[in-house]
Design a protein around this ligand. Structure first.
Ligand code: FES
Length: 343
């Protein structure tokens, strides 16, 4: 089936199969259709049907609340029933990083990090390349739709992707993962995708503000930065927000990064619901600890040091929104603020 996209900056065409989500098909062909979450929540992939018929695979998708006009739909949740002509209000450019693809994958390992956070590793049939900070969409057996998870690991090429999953109330996939050992399960993977990427040739210092499992993509960025010696010449500040001591994870990984990168990398773990000083902080002399909302801790710690930064933000939408406001008020340009709100 042929898809014609009429965008503000020109016309693009590509072919899809009957089951292919229109967004994923376009990205696979190097057509940079607009998206953020790619999983039905943000509304960024809004498009308007000019002609043809579509199937909406998730009519209750939260991102549908952004659809205001007749004929509008979400490219990431719909497939084609025949040839389509579609209007996209935003400019459509190329896909800057490696082209994404649909691949079969297999969960090869799982490990609980806290009472409600788990690491999982998925093996792919071939090596892929991805940019630090990108994510992949994963579909597990028996549950409709893909979920977007940021890669935790980074390597120039790899056939293993590591993710961090938080158990969400009523979250079908996280309930499935936490209900039994899933190592050995076959899954579908689409990726890599995502714009909140890191490049070691930037002249900026980096600031990472993450809440909970939003730290996943930051770990990939820090791993890449450490590998390239980025902190020999730049500063890095990480503010990692969790509720309480029992929600904290990756502290040993932060210490290893700190040992590798030296004093120009600073990591602060911020407890939002904990007023006592955690007993275990003596075990982590290379890390700093603070209390309150993570964006407020970042504002305190970064006072007077926001001039030359590129910021990476991820976590619950209210925390990301508050961090964006903080940075805009400090006159950080929007081009230097990169974020994911789906974690
Ligand atoms: Fe489709 Fe977010 S990209 S709803």
């Amino acid at each position: 089936m042929k898809i014609q996209i009429n965008a503000r900056n020109g016309t693009h065409a590509y072919a899809v199969g009957s089951d292919d989500r229109l967004l994923y098909g376009g990205l696979c062909h190097g057509i940079g259709l607009p998206y953020e979450c790619a999983s039905g929540t943000c509304g960024t992939c809004k498009a308007k049907l000019v002609s043809g018929e579509i199937i909406d695979h998730w009519p209750d998708a939260p991102g549908r609340k952004y659809l205001k006009q007749e004929g509008e739909f979400l490219l990431c949740q719909c497939s084609a029933m025949g040839d389509l002509e579609i209007e996209v209000a935003r400019p459509v450019n190329g896909v800057p990083a490696a082209l994404p693809a649909v691949m079969p994958g297999r969960i090869i390992r799982t490990e609980k990090l806290t009472h409600d956070v788990m690491s999982i590793w998925i093996e792919l049939p071939r090596d892929i390349q991805f940019e630090a900070g990108q994510f992949a969409l994963v579909r597990v057996p028996g549950i409709d739709g893909y979920r977007g998870w940021s890669m935790v690991n980074y390597a120039p090429t790899t056939n293993v992707l590591e993710f961090v999953i938080k158990k969400k109330p009523g979250g079908a996939v996280s309930d499935w993962l936490f209900a039994a050992e899933r190592a050995g399960t076959a899954v579908d993977v689409f990726g890599p995708i995502g714009h909140a990427t890191f490049s070691a040739d930037t002249e900026h210092d980096i600031l990472c503000i993450a809440g909970g499992s939003g730290i996943a993509g930051m770990m990939s960025i820090l791993t890449r930065a450490a590998r390239d010696g980025y902190f020999d010449a730049h500063d890095g500040d990480v503010y990692f927000g969790v509720r309480t001591m029992r929600d904290a994870f990756f502290l040993d990984a932060f210490c290893r990064l700190r040992e590798q990168c030296g004093v120009r990398l600073r990591v602060t773990v911020v407890f939002s619901d904990e007023t006592a000083t955690p007993a275990f902080i003596d075990d982590y002399p290379l890390l700093a600890f603070d209390h309150g909302f993570v964006h407020e801790a970042a504002a305190r710690g970064m006072a007077g040091r926001l001039q030359n930064i590129r910021a990476y933000l991820a976590g619950p939408p209210p925390a990301v929104d508050a961090s964006v406001r903080l940075l805009l008020q400090a006159r950080v340009s929007p081009a230097n603020i990169r974020y994911d709100k789906f974690s």
